[in-house]
Design a protein around this ligand. Sequence first.
Ligand code: DGL
Length: 271
Amino acid sequence: MNTVPSASPVAVGVFDSGVGGLSVLRALRRRLPGAALVYVADSRYAPYGERDDAYVIERSRVICDFLLQQGAQVLVMACNTATAAAAAWLRQAHPDVPIVGVEPGVKPAVLRSARRRIGVLATSGTLASAKFQALLETVRHQAEIHLQPCPGLAHAIEQGDPQAPEVMGLVQRYCAPLRDAGVDTVVLGCTHYPFVVDAIRQALGPEVSLIDTADAVARHTATQVLNKASALQPGVVSAGAVAAYTSGDAARLEAITARWLDFPVRVAPLP
Ligand code: DGL
């Protein structure tokens, strides 16, 4: 595995509308154990998936400014919805900063699907975005693709209990049409969904493959970090440390990181 030496000074800023991006943070930690990671959960303003582009761009702008102030030299948008709405805007605003986005893994799904019948679970915002529609266009002739918006699911996961009856009910409701359509591969197109992977697997059946792009995003970020490692000054956070800030309830984020992650995270309110 391509890992960065523990003395690496590079700080990686990561954000999501809430706790979903912790699934990407987890993969980043595995790939980049020596990089300082700074995470922002914008839980007070979540969910993004049912908001318009202007709202998501403004939140992404505020958070990226904060992460850059914290010394981030590479940014990871650990949110499909924010990437679809705001990645182009942010890249234009910060042309010198590598900005890694996430998008639903429909391309790996096409490679994986034997039946060429694929389902995509994502927020309404992601599925409706021009960026996702353009991505879909590139694979449209290679597979039958069933899109399933999941309103309310990210918000329910945000409450911190992946087994809560509300979460289970929504998972059942959104997986049923995909099961009926006979898909053999399903894309987890929102970074919140890997935290309910067991419920999704149960709802779809064991023969359906699930695609999560967190590790691919971490791999791509590692390349950006290695490119920066020799050229940059140390950031204000120390190498290997993981800090998380939230615009929501810090005690709740602290409990969730302790339960969902296997490395220590220093949690503080977003100033
Ligand atoms: N985790 C986010 C994503 O990947 C979205 C959740 C939301 O805020 O709606 O799209």
